[in-house]
Design a binder for this molecule. Structure first.
Ligand SMILES: Cc1cc2nc3c(=O)[nH]c(=O)nc-3n(C[C@H](O)[C@H](O)[C@H](O)COP(=O)(O)OP(=O)(O)OC[C@H]3O[C@@H](n4cnc5c(N)ncnc54)[C@H](O)[C@@H]3O)c2cc1C
Ligand SMILES: NC(=O)c1ccc[n+]([C@@H]2O[C@H](COP(=O)([O-])OP(=O)(O)OC[C@H]3O[C@@H](n4cnc5c(N)ncnc54)[C@H](OP(=O)(O)O)[C@@H]3O)[C@@H](O)[C@H]2O)c1
Length: 446
């Protein structure tokens, strides 16, 4: 019997598990599956951890999520085609839920069956090699400190790429008297109440960590961008300036001459695609981009078609794109999708990469990833979902952010699965301090 290893039980690994379950329910004979996750439960980044650094076994903590994190895109854009928000919550919910609500939703779909039996928790994959016929996987049972080996026909890598921080160094850091941290280790904005904070970066972490610090009472927040500013209309107490030059004592000195006294520097400088467990010939090497090279249809490793990667792209689309990838990977493994010859694979990858290199603005990037996801969707039996509505929703969301970065999370959108429009949340995001599932779902008493 064909044997498949899934490495990681975050959203991508769960999409892979679900894709096989979907085929099995239709009466198809599925391969034997073993999923490994180095954490003690599933859900990947969405399974919040207070820990930073290393865990109780000395293993680096993969989690980068923090308290009070709300979805930064409309939930309608990531909805599963086979499991709607309406089905999970039994009622319509607002469009921008906090982390715990999305975590509950992700797990709702996989908890229905017996998929958890297929996951080995606290099991860190330490080595994957290919001998020309099959893969040998070594994994560490962290609890019992025991290494085991197993043989597989196919490997699906779904270990995420927002877990290993990229940490640059600036002059003056060694003698800076305050706190320097990467967003990977950011857990609670309350820590910065009453403080002057410098945030470096100009992408989603910089935007959200800066807004969080402001929302939870930082005295000032100064964002230092390197190439392009985010350019939002920041509220009083926040500003965006050009590139940190150096730290001098507790002063941050920027290249545009701006000087800011600061208590803390938070590096929102992104993450590394890091796969220390893969042999060199199997290892994807890329930055955070919309079409990493060497992946046919963004999934199948060009040099070895028995190795698949899920979710390695920079992400507008998330959960339903991961599903489309997983369904595609499943059908390659089950022989329902034939991989073309080397030259056609090369042409296909080059076509997408060269389109990606010409993208100039968020609308074009949204179009690009929507086209990619639609193409994958057409190749499998992943259930119907309205990607044109998702495309439109993403673009409206982008424009709402430009209009007002403080209020875009108060807007509502229609579901691409059920058509339901998300109701307005009982509390505007700027003043919603409690992010618990209970508070989010319950209407406050009048
Ligand atoms: C701070 C932050 C906020 C985000 N917010 C949003 C949001 O609001 N909306 C959205 O759609 N997306 C968001 N994302 C994007 C996020 O990447 C996806 O939502 C999703 O978590 C990706 O799923 P994944 O399975 O690829 O990776 P992950 O969620 O990272 O899961 C990977 C899993 O692999 C396991 N693993 C890693 N290495 C090994 C190993 N060697 N052996 C065994 N197991 C291993 C890990 O333990 C983990 O459980 C956010 C990302 C970050 C960093
Ligand atoms: N739900 C939420 O609200 C939320 C919150 C946080 C993160 N996220 C998610 O987390 C994921 C990761 O986002 P991310 O922002 O961490 O990573 P990212 O999108 O890869 O962005 C990395 C940023 O680091 C900057 N950078 C790199 N090196 C730098 C340096 N030496 N000095 C200054 N800036 C530097 C880059 O700037 P250049 O452009 O100049 O290279 C870029 O702005 C995304 O999927 C995002 O959606 C979501």
């Amino acid at each position: 019997m064909t044997k498949v290893a899934i490495i990681g039980a975050g959203p991508c690994g769960l999409s892979a598990l679900r894709s096989f379950e979907h085929a099995e329910k239709k009466g198809e004979k599925i391969p034997e599956i073993v999923c490994f996750d180095k954490q003690e439960d599933w859900g990947g980044l969405w399974n919040y951890s207070w820990r930073t650094g290393s865990d109780q076994y000395g293993d680096p903590v993969p989690n980068s999520m923090y308290r009070y994190l709300w979805s930064n895109g409309p939930k309608e854009c990531l909805e599963f085609a086979d499991y709607s928000f309406d089905e999970h919550f039994g009622k319509p919910i607002p469009s921008f839920p906090p982390r715990e609500v999305l975590y509950d939703y992700i797990l709702g779909r996989v908890k229905k069956g017996n998929l958890k039996d297929k996951v080995k928790f606290n099991s860190s994959v330490t080595n994957v090699s290919y001998n020309g016929k099959s893969f040998e996987i070594s994994y560490l049972d962290k609890k019992n400190d025991k290494i085991s080996k197993d043989i597989f026909d196919y490997v699906i890598v779904s270990t995420g790429h927002f877990s290993v921080p990229f940490i640059p160094e600036y002059p003056g850091m060694k003698s800076f008297p305050g706190r320097i941290m990467h967003s990977h280790d950011f857990r609670d904005a309350e820590e910065f109440r009453g403080k002057n904070v410098v945030v470096l970066g100009s992408s989603y972490s910089a935007e959200d960590v800066a807004l969080q610090c402001h929302k939870y009472g930082a005295k000032s927040v100064t964002i230092g961008y390197r190439h392009n500013p985010m350019g939002f209309k920041w509220p009083d107490g926040m500003k965006e300036v050009f590139h940190l030059d150096k730290l001098e004592g507790n002063k941050a000195i920027f290249k545009d001459g701006h000087v800011q006294e600061t208590d803390a520097v938070i590096l929102c400088t992104g993450y590394l695609h890091h796969f220390p467990f893969l042999n060199e010939d199997l290892k994807l090497k890329t930055g955070n981009r919309l079409y990493p090279p060497k992946l046919y249809k963004g999934v199948v490793w060009q040099n070895n078609h028995k190795l698949m990667y899920l979710g390695m792209q920079d992400q507008f689309h998330t959960f339903n794109m991961f599903d489309c990838q997983a369904w595609f990977a499943r059908d390659v493994i089950m022989g329902k999708i034939k991989i073309p010859n080397d030259s056609d694979i090369d042409k296909d990858i080059n076509k997408w990469v060269s389109m990606e290199e010409k993208l100039e603005n968020p609308d074009q990037m949204i179009d690009f990833q929507t086209e990619y996801t639609k193409e994958l969707h057409d190749l499998s039996d992943y259930p119907k979902i309205d990607f044109e509505l998702i495309r439109k929703t993403f673009k409206e969301w982008e424009h709402h952010k430009v209009e007002d970065i403080m209020t875009y999370r108060n807007k509502s959108f229609a579901s691409p699965v059920t058509g339901t429009i998300g109701p307005k949340h009982h509390t505007n995001w700027e003043v919603a301090m409690d992010d618990s599932l209970k508070t989010f779902l319950d209407q406050p008493k009048k």
